[in-house]
Design a binder for this molecule. Sequence first.
Ligand code: SF4
Length: 417
Amino acid sequence: MTRSTPDACPGVLRLHQAADGPLARIRVPGGRLTPAQVQALADAARDLGNGNLELTSRGNIQLRQVRDASELAGRLEVAGLLPSDTHERVRNIVASPLSGRVGGWADVHGLADDLDVGLRADPRLAALPGRVLFTLDDGRGDVSTLRGDIGVQAVAADTFALLLAGTDTGLRVTAGEAVEVMLDAARGFLDLRGSGEAGQWRLHEIPGGAERVVEALDRSPASSPLELGATHDIPIGWLDQDDGLVSLGAAVPLGTLPARTAEFLAAIDHPVFVTPWRSVVITDLAEGPAETVVRVLAPMGLIFDAHSPWLRVSACAGRPGCAKSRTDVRADAAAAIESQRVLGMALDPPPAGDDSSTTADGSRSDTPSTTAETVAAEDVRVLGRQHWSGCDRRCGRPTGPVTDVVATAHGYRIEAP
Ligand code: SF4
């Protein structure tokens, strides 16, 4: 597959002209933010944007309706969130958020830092498309399921599987080798992709791309490839760390974090991780302060309950942010949640007042399944994980089994996975 248009992923120095104004995307390699960086982002959203931080499906952050791009770039540079003018859009690195704190074979956050430094050190790698995704999985299988282009997954304390185009190559590397092998794979991808700006954006778009990169690496596969299963175990709520401290996982409804809430996050004065599931993890808390954080932030809208219907729903930008959208899908999705039309699986407690019956397979008798017909927004009732889109592009759709709720000219079309 060869693209007919160049990759136009936004960054801080190249804004996207969205329907509601300029949009900036800020890369957060490994998802880690210091309290000062959270505060800087909150200030920027309030002073220069629309007052919200948007969490993306790659653990990055977007600001909408940016009023002064130059001022924004300057502030982010001071905060350490724009360390490179040339490589800013290629720093798409996702790491297991709980790594080094709760379970996992290895702590991959150091690898995320090293990979970021290595990317920025090679001028040629600035030519990577902004769509290329690096994943660093500590063995729990959470971020590998995002089907990145180039990644590693720990299979033992000092052994990592090399993943290319979302599958295990069978190559095994040590922690000390992992970053250099990933950088070599990125160079191999650049060698293979079509010349010019209209070449392939992702490794899987190149026929035999992963196999050809393995050949170029000149290493022999040593193991049977891992089966990378889908996991939807998002870290939410109270999470006991291995060192006796506590992490708190909090979902951000539809990925929109108000600047005021972000200021409270910064005031906790502990490291925060942005996850690719539109949530945050607040780390290294003692029990007492952790209880206080939940008491303060839950009323502000952060979700600490793993059974909340907000966790089942994602949505694209929709109107007014996207000119292609047929409607305001985020408002429609929020209304569906608030009026208890987002239905849980059989093990979830039914929402209060919901008198629909549950069938043996866990579905509900009044739940729409796949339908070519369209239904009005107020009649959409969908079971389980669902992604609402303003058009058929389905931007931001999560991986794995998800019901699509797609806006059409006459209502919503519901497509079961
Ligand atoms: S799915 Fe369509 S409407 Fe939604 S953000 Fe993407 S292009 Fe816009």
